[in-house]
Design a protein around this ligand. Structure first.
Ligand code: PXP
Length: 246
């Protein structure tokens, strides 16, 4: 059984800073504390509208992060240019809509046009030597389309699992497990994330094929009360415990 990596998404540290357009709290300091707490990587989403993370943050994180940077981005030429210049260890392509509060679902790979746009972005990132991941729903067709593009990994969207309860949640969890198996059988690494919390992370962490979780809001929320280092350590402990129980 492979260990599971915890990548901490620090976007919402920047959200608090941008609420006042000042210079604190600094996501660069947050990344340092997350690493001290045991984060295996730092994830940031540079949105086109720059609502939280700014170009300056990514530039500095590229110089200071000791683990690795996972840059989430939409497949637009401006952001792809920046990614190819900065060369983060990993880039995760995500859909982006101006009005959304947060990423609402996986990439739409159901049309030839949609697949071609993502395939072009994957090609550009790969040519720059960047490991590629696609944020998709745990849907067979999307997983197969991703594998066809030759991506290194898919990040399965856990939002539906997180937002449901009882029988419905069990169904969503089973779907994540089946999706993870399918991706692995096609030679694609499996990541997961969105909406994961201290309360619901256990069953997802117990899916053996998933190697990496991306978690942001819940950790940053807890950090307001406990500090970021402790909040990350607690999440890492929960993940390790769920993994050992397998
Ligand atoms: N994975 C992706 C692709 C995301 O867009 C986000 C949110 O930015 C996350 C994971 C983290 O989600 P959350 O903040 O709900 O933990």
């Amino acid at each position: 059984m492979k260990d599971m990596r915890l990548y901490v998404n620090i976007d919402h540290v920047a959200t608090v800073r941008q609420a006042r357009r000042t210079d604190e709290p600094d996501p660069v300091r947050a990344a340092f504390l997350a690493e001290l707490g045991g984060a295996d990587g730092i994830t940031v989403h540079l949105r086109e509208d720059r609502r939280h993370i700014q170009d300056r943050d990514v530039r500095l994180l590229m110089e200071t992060v000791r683990t690795c940077v996972n840059l989430e981005l939409a497949a637009t030429s401006e952001i792809l240019d920046l990614a190819c210049e900065w060369k983060p260890m990993q880039a995760t392509l995500v859909p982006e809509k101006r009005q959304e509060v947060t990423t609402e679902g996986g990439l739409d790979l159901s049309t030839a046009e949609g697949r071609a746009a993502i395939a072009r972005a994957v090609e550009r990132l790969r040519a720059a030597g960047i490991r590629t991941s696609l944020f998709i729903d745990p849907d067979d067709a999307a997983i197969r389309a991703s594998a066809d593009m030759g991506v290194d990994a898919v990040e399965l969207h856990t939002g539906e699992y997180a937002n449901t309860r009882g029988e419905e949640r069990r169904g969503r969890l089973a779907r994540l497990g089946q999706g993870a198996s399918l991706a692995r059988s096609l030679g694609v690494d499996v990541h997961a994330g969105h909406g994961l919390t201290y309360e619901n992370v256990g069953p997802v962490a117990a899916i053996g094929e998933i190697e990496e979780l991306n978690i942001g809001h819940s950790i940053v929320s807890r950090a307001v009360f406990t500090g970021l280092e402790a909040a990350v350590r607690e999440m890492a402990t929960l993940i390790r415990r769920a993994r050992r129980a397998l």
